[in-house]
Design a protein around this ligand. Structure first.
Ligand SMILES: Nc1ncnc2c1ncn2[C@@H]1O[C@H](COP(=O)(O)OP(=O)(O)O)[C@@H](O)[C@H]1O
Ligand SMILES: [Mg+2]
Length: 406
């Protein structure tokens, strides 16, 4: 590879390769195409969500180095939108094209156990956890930690491949069901869930988005408020933590750090994602630069965009249901001012993410009330005001900047 050429910005007109063709690749491709780039996607499904907006799809599994090479040879830069890319694919790609973020970033985060060890080695705060390679090890973890979340080390997402366990008696059945290597995490009493998005370019330039507050239902993200209504000192701590993680990883691209705030006031890292993230979809509506445009800028070595905030916005995830035309249903929410609709063109299966709404407002109160109306109109469950800790139910919210958490 010609290193001199690699240092140059990758200019519009060039081809960007994306490993993974889900909704994150689709929205990245839309932003990249608007800027004049061309897009190649690798995904096992030739009809993946990104297919209609990519220039071409290489249909192959994520452990096929030959297919990945075929893609990489046509690209000026390659990135990924999911974690489960085989190391052999990452290394094959990196041998012929710049891979951003690097293979070593993904290798450090794609396995939960390795990720936790990496975090501990660099003294980032994580909750109590134990490695679990057998049912007896799971029993000991439960005896030591009490109630636990047991998570498969590889491949889980949206609350899948994890279980809540209370007693040692459940260990054998749970381990048999999860199988393989797992981590057992102490079940934490959470005051809030936050996430921070950092963009970092090859030159070391960083841009940190305002902190987001997230509410999950059964392990799946339901709502995000951007910016979180939190004490500025907590926001500064969360942002500094994410920036130092991006530096330790020598990141080129995006990093999202999911964080827990416990009821005793600790700020802990939950997990890392070196790519665009569901909790920052609303940045497209309320920040000067969407996360997808920022991603393209960061991996292409262009100047990063402003993350200046305009008002506030709530993201509402749309999940597949048993029946009904989800797209037509969701369009009904467009009658509410400030609401925009994003659909991914995916077949609706129960609890599958098929799209999202963003409710924008001049401040958090207006955005939350618009999101609440949209959720009611579409019959989303839980509603915005039903989620535990949602500030819409907080009496101080009439004063828009009132922090609900310190
Ligand atoms: N140790 C824990 N204590 C309390 N809640 C947890 C814990 N681990 C996960 N959760 C809840 O489950 C959600 C999904 O877990 P996470 O580890 O982030 O998996 P995923 O990769 O599926 O997002 C979290 O956002 C949080 O709401
Ligand atoms: Mg998560």
């Amino acid at each position: 590879m010609n290193l001199g050429a690699v240092q140059q910005p990758i200019l519009p007109g060039s081809v960007i390769g994306i490993l993974g063709g889900g909704q994150l690749a689709r929205m990245t491709a839309l932003a990249a195409r608007a800027m004049g780039y061309r897009i190649l996607v690798l995904d096992p499904d030739p009809h993946c969500a990104a297919a209609p907006v990519a220039d071409a799809v290489v249909a192959a599994p994520f452990d096929d180095p030959h297919a990945a090479l075929q893609l990489a040879r046509q690209c000026s830069v390659v990135t990924y939108e999911i974690e489960r890319i085989a190391p052999a694919v990452l290394h094959a790609v990196a041998a012929v094209a710049p891979l951003r973020p690097s293979a070593s970033v993904l290798e450090r985060v794609q396995d939960r156990m390795r990720q936790k060890r990496f975090l501990e080695r660099h003294e980032f705060p994580v909750g109590p956890w134990r490695p679990v390679n057998s049912a007896p090890e799971l029993q000991s973890a439960l005896a030591e930690l009490g109630a636990c979340r047991v998570k498969r080390s590889q491949g889980g997402y949206d609350g899948r491949s994890q279980m809540r366990l209370k007693s040692c008696a459940d260990a054998h059945a749970a381990f048999a069901q999860l199988g393989g290597t797992c981590v057992a995490e102490a079940e934490l009493a959470l005051a809030a869930e936050l996430s921070v998005l950092v963009a970092r370019s090859r030159q070391g330039e960083t841009a940190v988005y305002p902190v987001a507050a997230n509410w999950h239902d059964d392990g799946v993200l339901a709502y995000t408020l951007l910016p979180a209504l939190i004490d500025p000192a907590l926001a500064r701590r969360a942002s500094a933590l994410a920036v130092s993680l991006a530096e330790v990883l020598d990141l080129e691209g995006l990093l999202v750090v999911e964080m827990f705030v416990t009821q005793s006031g600790e700020l802990l890292v939950n997990e890392l994602a070196p790519r665009p993230h569901n909790t920052f979809h609303a940045a497209g509506e309320c920040c000067a630069t969407s996360q997808f445009e920022q991603f393209v800028r960061a991996i292409c070595g262009l100047p990063l965009g402003s993350v200046e905030l305009h008002g506030a916005a709530v993201l509402l995830n749309l999940l597949g249901r048993e029946a009904g035309d989800a797209a037509a249903d969701a369009a009904a929410a467009l009658q509410i001012p400030g609401v925009s609709l994003h659909l991914y063109g995916k077949q609706p299966r129960p609890r599958r993410k098929i799209g999202h709404l963003v409710a924008r407002g001049g401040d958090a109160s207006q955005a939350l009330h618009r999101a609440d109306r949209a959720a009611q109109l579409l019959g989303l469950s839980p509603g915005v005001s039903d989620v535990k800790g949602c500030p819409i139910a907080c009496p101080g919210l009439e004063e828009p900047s009132a922090p609900f958490l310190r």
